[in-house]
Design a protein around this ligand. Structure first.
Ligand SMILES: Cc1cc2nc3c(=O)[nH]c(=O)nc-3n(C[C@H](O)[C@H](O)[C@H](O)COP(=O)(O)O)c2cc1C
Length: 365
């Protein structure tokens, strides 16, 4: 727990430009699925309040949100693929901008991380028909994962176009851009990884082939809204959602191509001393966002040390932002922090969502 005020020269408080995104500080709100959207994926007023409360972040990266109905991974996650959803995002963008913040939506296509009960009976899609081990939350409770349907080669341009359409809707709603979720075992990550990608066409096999679909989605979204409004999240070697990667060589190859396309930023989940992070940093000497994953707590002085060490330009922070709407102020003043309540992470109402007190409310109480 930090109890001393932050040095005003701290790298945490320095402005940063990520493509078209001009940030006031380098502490970003990491994407956090909270399952509070309406059942049909429409973002609601409660979410607008939640995000507006957290507008002090250098950049809010929203919860993972599906670019197409078949990409819905869990109950009550938002979508970005119809007019009502777009209107819901417009209310959120407005609320955050009114508070002086910046916000991009994370486009998360669940791929095989879903279930027919979540998809109105449809079968989840994936690079290959490889069922993940384990269970998934559905509207009817926890269920074993189902075997996904392998996407045909001739379907892939349409899937990429859905990402591009969602990116267009995001910007039309007034959001500042998008982050492609190519991490944590969801569809784009499933393509990158040989454990989940057994394809024999041009999208499977070699690292070049496994990177191809992610590159095409990056190109399609960049063409739709400008590369300088598109970021991407990667989790090299991450095992979440039953992933296994026999080598990480796809990542430097991919990072080089994303740099060529001119994306706004690359967001890496890794330990600060991970070898792969060093490799990616050499390719992205600027505009690299780090999240340390669950390996270590995102604590103020550790985050400042990461920035001072030069391995990243900004750090994304998850659970401390979940529990502290005014985290930047608290870290600046060295104030006490609210503790996150795990029981209310996924789903429910305002409790454990918009009712974490700000410092002013704590002082007044
Ligand atoms: C409740 C919860 C929901 C999450 N949802 C997402 C998500 O939608 N997309 C994503 O990329 N990561 C998601 N994550 C991972 C976080 O972005 C982050 O990597 C993780 O919490 C570790 O960072 P922290 O220690 O700062 O919390 C989630 C984590 C938590 C705790």
């Amino acid at each position: 727990m930090s109890t001393t005020p932050l040095n005003p020269d701290s790298p945490l408080l320095r402005p940063l430009r990520l493509g078209a995104l001009q940030l006031d500080n380098r502490v970003l709100m990491a994407p956090l699925t909270r399952n509070r959207a309406d059942a049909d994926g429409t973002p609601n007023a409660l979410q607008a309040t939640y995000y507006a409360q957290r507008a002090g972040a250098g950049l809010i990266i929203t919860e993972g949100s599906q670019p197409a109905a078949i990409g819905k991974g869990y109950p009550n996650v938002p979508g970005v693929h119809n007019d009502a959803q777009q209107a819901g995002w417009a209310r959120i963008a407005d609320a955050v901008h009114t508070e002086g913040g910046r916000i991009v939506v994370q486009l998360m296509h669940g791929g095989r991380i879903s279930h027919p009960d979540t998809l109105g009976g449809d079968t989840p899609v994936a690079p290959s028909a490889v069922r993940p081990a384990g269970e998934v939350v559905t509207p009817s409770g926890l269920q074993p994962f189902a075997e996904p349907r392998e996407l045909r080669t001739d379907e892939l341009p349409r899937v990429a176009a859905e990402f591009a359409d969602a990116a267009r809707r995001a910007v039309a709603a007034g959001l500042d851009g998008i982050e492609l979720h190519a991490a944590n075992g969801y569809l784009l990550h499933q393509f990158l990884t040989d454990g989940s990608n057994r394809r024999t066409d041009a999208y499977g096999g070699s690292s070049e082939n496994r990177a191809r679909f992610v590159i095409e989605v990056a190109e399609a979204t960049a063409a739709a809204i400008g590369a300088d409004r598109v970021g991407i999240r990667l989790s090299p070697g991450g095992a979440f959602n039953d992933m296994s990667e026999s080598d990480l060589q796809v990542y430097p190859l991919l990072a080089r191509e994303l740099r060529r396309i001119g994306l706004a930023y690359v967001h890496v989940i890794a330990a600060p001393d991970a070898e792969i992070l060093g490799e990616l940093r050499a390719l992205w000497p600027d505009r690299l966002v780090l999240n340390t994953g669950f390996a270590q707590d995102s604590e103020r002085d550790a985050v400042a040390a990461i920035l001072a060490s030069g391995v990243a330009d900004a750090v994304a922070v998850g659970r401390p932002f979940l529990a502290n709407p005014d985290l930047i102020r608290r870290w600046t003043e060295g104030a006490e922090l609210n503790e996150p309540d795990q029981a209310t992470f996924y789903g429910g109402d305002a409790r454990g969502y918009t009712d974490y007190p700000s410092l002013d409310e704590v002082v007044a109480a």
